[in-house]
Design a protein around this ligand. Structure first.
Ligand SMILES: Cc1cc2nc3c(=O)[nH]c(=O)nc-3n(C[C@H](O)[C@H](O)[C@H](O)COP(=O)(O)O)c2cc1C
Length: 176
């Protein structure tokens, strides 16, 4: 399926999928934990590779709740628990710095968590394009670029009124 060029996309672009294990470099090497989305979903995304910003929400079934995780910010909704809606920035592609062989969608949620989200269901609304994926001369340059992406994400999403229609249009589970 051909990729749609990022500047012709009708945002928001909605994606839902299960969180799976990545290579585990996000937290350890980059200090930037990411939730990787299952590959079948990634393969069906008609977006150009690149770095994007938007919103994300985690959801977990009661039957999959892990005892060692503190779901204090999550809201019970029928038979699932849902997180608040967070800002996120994400990378779609093959991570040229690491030269991955397969395409991945890696979502960095702008919140401090002390655990990972394997098997959680993640809803993502991509609201805009930041830049193309790049190779870098050093890990530090990649880390610096990610920090700039995070700052840009906060700037783009800070106007709550502007994004109300995305957050409240029924795609995300309302927790208030
Ligand atoms: C906001 C953001 C920007 C990123 N930009 C790049 C990039 O330009 N080049 C690149 O190779 N990887 C980029 N990545 C991907 C990281 O390299 C990747 O998340 C990291 O290797 C962790 O992968 P893992 O969870 O599979 O271990 C970016 C990730 C995020 C969250």
């Amino acid at each position: 399926m051909p990729n749609i060029s990022s500047n012709k996309v009708n945002y928001p672009f909605y994606i839902c999928g299960k969180v799976v294990k990545g290579y585990g470099r996000g937290s350890k090497q980059l200090g930037c934990p990411t939730a990787n989305i299952e590959s079948d979903v990634v393969d069906s995304i008609e977006l150009s590779n690149g770095i994007y910003y938007g919103f994300a929400q985690l959801q977990i079934r009661e039957s999959e709740i892990k005892p060692d995780i503190d779901y204090v910010n999550f809201t019970q909704f029928k038979n699932v628990k849902v997180s608040p809606i967070y800002m996120m920035c994400c990378s779609l592609g093959t991570n040229p710095y690491f030269n991955n062989k397969t395409k991945s969608l890696e979502v960095h949620i702008l919140n401090q968590f002390d655990y990972d989200f394997y098997d959680c269901f993640l809803r993502v609304a991509i609201c805009g394009f930041i830049r193309c994926e790049k190779n870098f001369n050093s890990l530090q340059e990649l880390i610096d670029a990610i920090h700039s992406d995070i700052e840009l994400t906060k700037q783009q999403l800070q106007d709550k009124d502007k994004w109300r229609s995305v957050v409240e249009n029924g795609f995300f589970v309302r927790t208030y």
